[in-house]
Each structure stands twice: as structure tokens, then as C-alpha cells.
Design a protein around this ligand. Sequence first.
Ligand code: GRF
Length: 226
Amino acid sequence: MRPVRRGTAALRFQGRTARCMQKKIVVLISGRGSNMQAVVEANLPVVAVISNRADAAGLAYARSRGIPTAVVAHKDYPTREAFDAQLAAEIDRHAPDLVVLAGFMRILTDAFVERYAGRMINIHPALLPAFTGLDTHARALAAGVKLHGCTVHWVTPTLDEGPIIIQAAVPVRPDDTPERLAARVLRQEHVIYPRAIRWFLEDKLRVENGVVRVAGNEPQLVYSDA
Ligand code: GRF
């Protein structure tokens, strides 16, 4: 828990946290789970972590924090539809306000995406709409771009598309390898994902003609060369 400070700022802080805490988040992971960890460490109300792989490293972290976990193994289901139906059943047991995809490496059926329309977000390791799909860092280096980054966006049926909530940009350096660039981007993923989720929980997000606006005009772009 964060320390509770005295005075007006403390009251504002407590009110903000309390409002967020009434809502619930379910996080879906497939592996390491560092974004999920960043969300948990931001004191956001994660009520369950679900993985499609029993060996996802992030599950151990979630358990260590006392967060309920579940595995819905895609290989146990004959079709995408059957897997997605079971995944939805597991998610819905927790009645979340928001489903957070955090390195969840499955293509989702349109029916699943529609079920969670307006309440499911994803983080992608590139400045969308550039470099959708996999191997984004190697592809960014191969393309010679000078700016790269990550994007939090609403999930819509088309892969890695959907209204952009926030982006973080980082420079690409001449001596970068995909690994070095990935690490620079990942540091910013851990900054922008909790921020985007907090905006959702505080009901600050609106989509107008496919463009996301944040109440109070909070900056939707972070730039960092750290
Ligand atoms: C992150 O780079 C995320 O952007 C992408 O998959 C990776 C997951 O990393 N979707 P982690 O499991 O959160 O550490």
C-alpha cells in the first residue's frame, strides 16, 4: 500500500483510490507478466490473473500477492470458439469492469471481443498503427525508424487495432539490438499501462469518432530516453 498522507492532497488521494477500488480488473497473461506486475504494484484492483499457459512465470508472482489465478489451457480445446467460451466463463466469474490483456498471446474470436467491447484493453510494443503483430523491435530496427515505443489501445476485432488510449515513445539508438530496444520500451509499458487503467477506472476515457479523449486533457503521449 502507498503511504496515506495528511491534508487536502491526502483526502483527494484517498478518494481517488477508493473510487478505483470499487471496480475490478481481470488480467490475462501468457508468460513473464511484467506488465501485470506493474499494474498490481500500482495498487490497481486486480481480482484475478488468468493464463492460457500453466507455465506462465507471472502466475507465481500473482499467487505470491494473494491474487486468485486460473489456467485455461488453449491446447485443451478443439477450437478457438471452445477455448474463448471457457475463457469468458472464467473471466465472468469475477464480474470485472475491465479485462486487461498483458502479453496474452492468443488471437481472440470476434464473439469474444464483442462480448467485452468497451471493457477490454491491450498493450502493444510498438507505436501503432506501425508494426502490428510480432517481433516489433527487430522490425523497427530493420525499418530504420528513429522513434519506437508502445501503445495501450481498446481491443477491437482486428488484431492490434482499436482506439489509442496512450502511447510512449522512445528513441532508437544506432547501437540498439532488439533486446536493448525492447528493454527501453518495456520500461515505458510499465508506466503507461497502469496510467491508462487508472483513467478507465476513474471514468475519464471517451471515444469520439475513433479517437480517445481523456477528461482533464491529461497527456496521452509520454516521451522518454531513459
Ligand atoms: C509486452 O512487451 C507487451 O507489450 C506484449 O507482450 C509483452 C508482454 O510482456 N503484448 P510481459 O509478459 O508483460 O512481461
